[in-house]
Design a protein around this ligand. Sequence first.
Ligand code: 4HQ
Length: 254
Amino acid sequence: MRIDVLTLFPGMFAGPLGESMLKRAQEMGALTVALHDIRNHATDKHRTVDEPPYGGGGGMVMKPEPLVAAIEAVVPPGEGIPVILLSPQGRVFDQAAAFELAALPRWVLVCGHYEGVDERVRETAITDELSIGDYVLTGGELAAMVVIDAVARLLPGVLGDPTGATDDSHATGLLEYPHYTRPPVFRGLAVPDVLLSGHEANVNAWRRREALRRTWERRPDMLLNAPLSETDREFLLELAEEEIDRKRRQVRRG
Ligand code: 4HQ
């Protein structure tokens, strides 16, 4: 997979891309990230890339010419390669979006900075917009790195998991079950016996129930879309009944 990234601050990417799994993915040849400095496409002697907004209001807006020139310099026309702007106005990036991008051989990320980009950049050169969440960043660079990280770990071979990260939150549509490793007792807290039993079927059943319990408690909205077996539904019904009983006792206490 090849990802072209257009940014005014290519240096921001060195840390995340140069360590751990993203470094490995690139060394393996599973991932190529090509960084492009938008400022190289400015044409005046001050290499201007931003201007105050028409209509006033303060802040700076990225001017269209250098940004569109930068995009056109990396995107071969007519090949249907997605050009994605990171922006709070985009579709919210989730695991489903990560899977969609992981299936593409090539795509482009455009990082805005300052107050954002001239609207005509969207109209002429952007095919999609993605947001990493409902908060405001100083630029699209950190958002781009989040997207790259979430997609790269889905590429075959990158996690060393040939099946591709199958148990994690969001792959199952549920939050993850609790994880434990040595020692068996830490500060008086014991690892659940079933995990030490070596009984694989019981371990799997326990993990499934704990994943359901966590999702029920913390992210019940996720249960609307998660694929659930009849056994899962029965367990959720037990959790719901426990909650009803707690509420009844609470009401009785006043
Ligand atoms: N931005 N998800 C870039 C974001 C953002 C987000 C604000 C994008 C500033 C210039 N990007 N502009 N949230 O907050 O992707």
